[in-house]
Structures are given as structure tokens and as C-alpha cells.
Design a protein around this ligand. Structure first.
Ligand SMILES: Nc1ncnc2c1ncn2[C@@H]1O[C@H](COP(=O)(O)OP(=O)(O)OP(=O)(O)O)[C@@H](O)[C@H]1O
Ligand SMILES: [Mg+2]
Length: 80
């Protein structure tokens, strides 16, 4: 997912996935959006990464395994 928004301060990048971290004004953000997203993605064996440039925008890249419990089998069948 990519946007052309305000971008994220470099010193915030290691905090944005923490619960309740928000730069939104009081009462307008819970700081839970990315923390909940990370939790759901990790439960599915995936990852989320962020790349952001101030005043240009942000890119969030989510990767999800097709069938996490069968990764080994799928690799073996591809090779074999
Ligand atoms: N696309 C984005 N562009 C710029 N900053 C972002 C973006 N997504 C997240 N952030 C930064 O990460 C912080 C945490 O994001 P998160 O989604 O967890 O909470 P929130 O957006 O502040 O609150 P809520 O999700 O409840 O609306 C934001 O407050 C903001 O500083
Ligand atoms: Mg949010």
C-alpha cells in the first residue's frame, strides 16, 4: 500500500507499530491501527515493512504465505 501523504519522521519508524503510539491529535487517533495490523499479519506468518520519505509518502509492504503450515512441502514439491 502506497500513499503520497506527509511521510513518517525517521525517528518514529521504530515506534509506529507499538500499541498506542500516535502523532494524531488527542481523541483523533488510538495508535492501534498499525499495532493491530502487525498482530494479524504475524498470526498469519507474514511480515509488514515500511519505507517512508518525509513530504513524499509512505509504502507499507505486507507479505503473507499462501499456506504457512505447508511451506516445507510446497518447497519440496517445487524442487522435486
Ligand atoms: N500512511 C502514513 N503516513 C504517515 N504517517 C503514518 C502513516 N501510517 C501511520 N503513520 C504514523 O504512525 C502512527 C501510528 O499509526 P497507527 O495507524 O498505529 O495509529 P493512528 O493512525 O495514529 O491511530 P488510528 O489507527 O487509531 O487512527 C501515526 O500516528 C502516524 O504518526
Ligand atoms: Mg492509523
Amino acid at each position: 500500500m502506497e500513499d503520497s501523504g506527509c511521510g513518517i519522521e525517521p525517528e518514529h519508524l521504530d515506534k509506529i507499530f507499538k500499541p498506542f503510539f500516535t502523532t494524531k491529535q488527542e481523541l483523533s487517533g488510538t495508535g492501534l491501527g498499525l499495532a493491530v495490523s502487525l498482530g494479524i499479519i504475524e498470526k498469519h506468518g507474514g511480515t509488514i515493512a515500511v519505507d517512508s520519505t518525509l513530504a513524499r509518502g509512505s509504502v507499507f509492504t505486507v507479505t503473507l504465505p499462501i499456506m504457512p503450515q505447508m511451506n516445507g512441502s510446497l518447497e519440496q514439491s517445487t524442487i522435486g
